[in-house]
Design a binder for this molecule. Structure first.
Ligand code: ZN
Length: 164
């Protein structure tokens, strides 16, 4: 198990659509451990596989570990079944875009389906910060980052500033 390098925007790996995970593949367990090791080391609350260069539909989240007991969660092949009409705007940070918090509007709650590491398919509702964090990581699986939620002129400005 190991900490991996976090890919920084505009690394092209962050703009790709990720492929479904074969939950029974032998490398899945190690990938999950690497995601957690890398996320905790980077002091993050979530990390998606493409952020460590793996184009697979999987991410890990722990929104409580900085303030209290950790609640590590793994989401494999997630699907957003529905989202609330009610939405909120809040500042978010991304480990792939350091030191650049950005305001993002997201639904207040979501209905999510996903596979566990044991391969079980689950469905549940998530609210508040957890819903927000899940949607942020889910975006990564579709090649989206917080820049993509900004108005076009601001996004163009950011891309120009961060272009290699
Ligand atoms: Zn991110």
């Amino acid at each position: 198990m190991a900490k991996r390098e976090v890919r920084m925007w505009p690394d092209p790996v962050l703009t790709q659509i990720c492929a479904p995970v074969d939950v029974n593949a032998p490398d899945v367990a190690a990938l999950i451990e690497d995601l957690f090791d890398t996320m905790y080391d980077a002091k993050g609350r979530g990390l998606a596989a493409p952020q460590i260069g793996v184009l697979q539909r999987m991410f890990v989240v722990d929104v409580t570990w900085k303030e209290g007991p950790p609640e590590p969660r793994v989401f494999i092949n997630p699907e957003v079944a529905s989202t609330s009409d009610a939405a909120s705007e809040m500042s978010e940070q991304c480990l792939s875009i350091p030191d650049l918090p950005m305001s993002v509007t997201r639904p207040d709650h979501i209905q999510l389906r996903w596979s566990t590491r044991a391969g079980d398919r689950l469905e549940a509702r998530f609210d508040g910060i957890l819903a927000r964090c899940i949607l942020h990581e889910f975006d990564h699986l579709n090649g989206k980052v917080i820049f993509d939620h900004q108005p076009a002129p601001l996004r163009a400005d950011l891309e120009a500033r961060y272009a290699p």
